[in-house]
Design a protein around this ligand. Structure first.
Ligand SMILES: [Zn+2]
Length: 323
């Protein structure tokens, strides 16, 4: 298959996203052809974009927040076309991980598998032919990237289903930044060591070694959100339930532990940096880059804390005036 130009991709994407019939009708014929052509074998980074419906994003965030410090997981429903994933729905899995790991592959065949297949059957009965195209799981407080277990899971799934990707959500960072913190990933077919490494958000010190070992095995696919007319009303209803919670909760208190842990983490990184600097272990240029990253982490944390404080002050002013 020839590689479509950027222009061709965006016009096709627009056509799909703006046409509800195209978006919600599963094209069996195209999917069969796509699977036969296997363009991902010629281009290791064939999948270049993920479009996530607002409804699916809200369901994933809600699930991750309910899981609190425990990792949760589920499947993503939709379709893949011309190197783009379209996520239309998210299906929760009745699995709860520990506070640091969740495995889907090891638990396939048990009640989670039965549950997900039943869900697919039910969707087909109501005319929704979309298949699972990926999985999501949460990393509470430690950012969006793939651990060693995640890499194995994704690799296994990608072998079984060629159009498959992994989505990671951080519920703590989502709450503290008030911005959905997602990361979408695919494994490379070949594990080359000389790849240009992609930028990632701050990784906690106690996870940085694991992150470094696996970082060059996968790549991040940029993601975008969209809202269809069909789901607009459902999203509105979900907002109705949430706005009271958002208004009445205090972001400073809700995220207190996360902020404390993040500040401790930056402090530990600073200490590690000072020890290395004293021992002259790293060259000046690399040291400056590491130092700059720590400063950026601190700036992000203080901006988030400030924003939360401002929200509380504004809420205080509004409600005092009304009383
Ligand atoms: Zn993980």
């Amino acid at each position: 298959m020839s590689k479509p130009s950027e222009k061709k991709i965006s016009s096709l994407e627009n056509e799909i996203l703006s046409n509800e019939t195209k978006l919600y009708t599963y094209d069996d014929e195209y999917q069969e052809k796509y699977l036969k052509l296997r363009p991902w074998e010629k281009d290791d980074m064939h999948f270049k974009k993920v479009f996530i419906s607002t409804l699916a994003a809200m369901k994933i965030v809600d699930h991750a927040i309910r899981g609190e410090k425990f990792e949760i997981c589920g499947y993503l429903m939709g379709f893949a076309r011309e190197g783009v994933f379209y996520v239309l729905d998210a299906v929760e899995m009745p699995i709860i991980g520990t506070d640091s790991r969740v495995e889907i592959a090891g638990q396939m065949g048990d009640k989670a598998n039965v549950y997900s297949m039943n869900y697919l059957d039910l969707m087909e009965k109501v005319g929704r032919g979309h298949k699972y195209i990926g999985w999501y799981h949460s990393h509470p407080g430690f950012g969006c990237w793939l651990s060693g277990i995640d890499c194995n899971t994704q690799k296994y799934m990608q072998t079984m289903n060629k159009t498959w990707f992994a989505l990671v959500v951080d519920p703590y960072r989502t709450k503290s930044k008030k911005n959905i913190d997602f990361g979408c990933f695919r494994m490379y077919n070949n594990e080359k060591t000389n790849r240009v490494l992609q930028e990632f958000d701050s990784i906690p010190l106690n996870r940085s070694e694991e992150f470094g070992i696996h970082q060059n095995k996968y790549y991040r696919i940029p993601h975008f959100f969209f809202q269809s007319k069909y789901e607009a009303n459902i999203v509105k209803l979900m907002y109705k339930n949430y706005w009271v919670d958002t208004l009445s909760s205090n972001a400073l208190l809700v995220n207190e532990d996360f902020f404390k842990e993040s500040v401790d983490d930056v402090r530990a990184k600073m200490n590690a940096y000072n020890i290395k600097k004293k021992a002259n272990e790293v060259k000046n240029k690399a040291m400056n880059e590491i130092h700059q990253k720590k400063i950026n982490d601190l700036a992000t944390l203080s901006t988030q804390a400030n924003a939360n404080l401002q929200n509380e002050l504004i809420k205080g002013i509004i409600f005092q005036k009304n009383n």
